[in-house]
Design a protein around this ligand. Structure first.
Ligand SMILES: [Zn+2]
Length: 89
């Protein structure tokens, strides 16, 4: 038997406002062995792009794997539940 815990409540997934997203990139240029140099975590994508620009400028490497990490929480949405109208069924 299925136990429907959230029967009369609506939840949504939201980005956790108490933790900023983190952006990073790793250079994966190279055929047999990838370069593997990593940018480290940054608080905005522009900082990672600038790191990539400088790495490419210094090495000629042009292929990267980018990561974005954030935290998510379930939040209880406003309780705007209407029970079914018996006459309309
Ligand atoms: Zn590289």
């Amino acid at each position: 038997m299925v136990n429907r815990t959230f029967r009369y409540e609506q939840f949504t997934i939201a980005q956790d406002p108490s933790a900023w997203p983190e952006y990073s990139a790793m250079c994966v240029s190279g055929e047999d062995v990838e370069c593997g140099v990593e940018s480290g975590g940054e608080g905005n994508p522009e900082a990672v792009e600038e790191w990539m620009r400088q790495h490419t400028q210094g090495t000629g490497h042009r292929r990267y794997r980018r990561n974005i990490s954030d935290y998510a929480v379930w939040e209880l949405a406003a309780l705007d539940i209407r029970l079914p109208d018996k006459e309309s069924q």
